[in-house]
Design a binder for this molecule. Sequence first.
Ligand code: AMP
Ligand code: MG
Length: 424
Amino acid sequence: MKTVDQHASDIIAAIHPMSPRRTALREAHGCVLAAHVRATVAVPGFDNSAMDGYAARAADVAEASEDNPVTLPVAGEIMAGPVSPAPLAPGTVVRIMTGAPLPKGADTIVQLEWTDGGIETVRINQAPRRGLHIRRAGEDIAPGNLVLAAGTVLGAAQIGLLAAVNVARPAVHPRPRVAVLSTGSELVEVGTPLGPGQIVDSNSHAIAAAAHEAGALVRRVDGVSDDPDEFGATFDELLRSTDVLITTGGISVGARDVVKQVLSKSDEIRFERIAMQPGKPQGFGVVGGVPVFTLPGNPVSALVSFELFVRPALRRMRGLPAGPGGASWRQPATGTVTVRVSETMQSAAGRRTFPRVRLERDDTGELVATSAGGQGAHQMSGLASAHALLVVPEEVTEVPAGTKLPAVLLPEPEWAGPFGEARG
Ligand code: AMP
Ligand code: MG
């Protein structure tokens, strides 16, 4: 059997970041910048006032105090807006609003609170130093400055910064389109009453949601039966209009394992047994440039496989470090932590097992892992309450309480945003 690490690195070796594309800021949100952005403009673009008040020459108001106020004529008013103010005549001030351009000759702002607020003339009772409340052109960003480096994830502040430097369409790695197809003649659509032997197709919804959380544009289609022609036709259709294709079910050693049966005919996809539990049968290949993941049918196996193999691939396509473990604190991705196991657990010999665990911090701040419930590959309730996948090494068959082990954190769903649907 192939190791988990070997399988994961074979996959990553076959995956490339999505080709950069210029997109509107709205679509760029959450994407990774594909090239450095340098400023072509200054921010602020012109000297302007940081306060509502009066633009003045510091020398004209230098003597002002509570006891000895200075009264000066008000020569006019400058609002924030597309104006080129006249130069400030010596011995006068102009009313000025926050963000309005500074008139030539002015070198300080007297904030409104330091005056009587006069319209024709103004009484000033405190002396501002030169330069006070003036925002100089380029003091945030100067032309030629590196604004954002390639590899930066574009969150709200970064999107705002791009807009501020007048970059409407940054080059980003676009979100990959992911198509999700489940297989099995026993499957019916959610919301449908079940007949004998039927089950609800939960995998396609779970995998679609996971891909969505991982930042993909997801297209989920209704599951197909174990009929090779039906599967083959849907597979081919999806392949033409997606960047990644994920199937579930039909890859083990059963009599009608349709995915394996149909896709084994080409040698682009390899079906292998991976030394892991859950998720021993796996298939992966690149067909016509599209990475294809054929995940096992058991719901827990499918989602655990997603975390271990698909999510890192999607991260790489999005221009992020592949992770787990390669993730930074900024990135909504799985990471690995060390935990202490609170109860003795059994583990399959010769296979890396991934028990679903809940995490808690003890008094010393250490993370303590407790089984999240039934550990069968079909038991979704445990996974749904789990915080992490414990990583039990291949050679270990029993984990005594108190053992320290790594655990792969499961992502928090709050990271998902309304990314929209992929169109075919
Ligand atoms: P398979 O890999 O197709 O042999 O499926 C393994 C197990 O997972 C069987 O019990 C299937 O009924 C179940 N299963 C397969 N596909 C799905 C699905 N889309 N949703 C829920 N359970 C599934
Ligand atoms: Mg099946």
